[in-house]
Unconditional design. Structure first.
Length: 122
C-alpha cells in the first residue's frame, strides 16, 4: 500500500458563512496505520480515528465518506487474510458493530462481533 492521502480545501459553513476547511482525504494506508495503533482489547470510534488522522496530517478535519471507503477496503483485505489464516488488520477495533454501516462491510456485523469477543474489546 502507498500513502496517497491528500488535503483539499472544501467549503464548510460556520455561523452561516461559507469558509474553506482543510480536509484530509485519507489513503487506505493512512487508515490502516491508525487501526494498527489501537492496542489489543481496546476500541476507538471512527470520530477518534478521523481526529487523529487530521492532527497527524495537519488538516482541520478528515472526510468521513473517504474514511468509510478506506475502512471498507481495509476490511476486505483483513477478512481475506483472516480466512486464509494470516494475520489480519484489526479493523473491528474502529467500527461499531451496532452501526448500520458495519453490516455492509466485508464479513458484516457477525465478523466484527466475533473478533471483538475474541479480544474482549466490549
Amino acid at each position: 500500500m502507498t500513502d496517497d492521502s491528500a488535503i483539499k480545501n472544501r467549503p464548510h459553513r460556520v455561523n452561516g458563512v461559507m469558509v474553506d476547511q482543510a480536509m484530509l482525504l485519507p489513503s487506505a494506508e493512512a487508515v490502516a496505520r491508525q487501526i494498527e495503533a489501537v492496542p489489543l482489547g481496546e476500541t476507538r470510534s471512527l470520530a477518534e480515528l478521523r481526529d487523529n488522522l487530521a492532527r497527524q496530517y495537519g488538516a482541520e478535519a478528515t472526510c468521513p465518506v473517504t474514511t468509510q471507503r478506506m475502512i471498507k477496503l481495509v476490511a476486505a483485505r483483513s477478512v481475506a487474510d483472516h480466512q486464509a489464516g494470516r494475520k489480519a488488520l484489526p479493523f473491528w477495533r474502529v467500527v461499531d458493530p451496532d452501526r448500520p454501516n458495519t453490516a455492509r462491510l466485508p464479513g458484516g456485523r457477525e465478523f466484527v462481533v466475533a473478533r471483538r469477543s475474541e479480544e474482549k474489546a466490549d
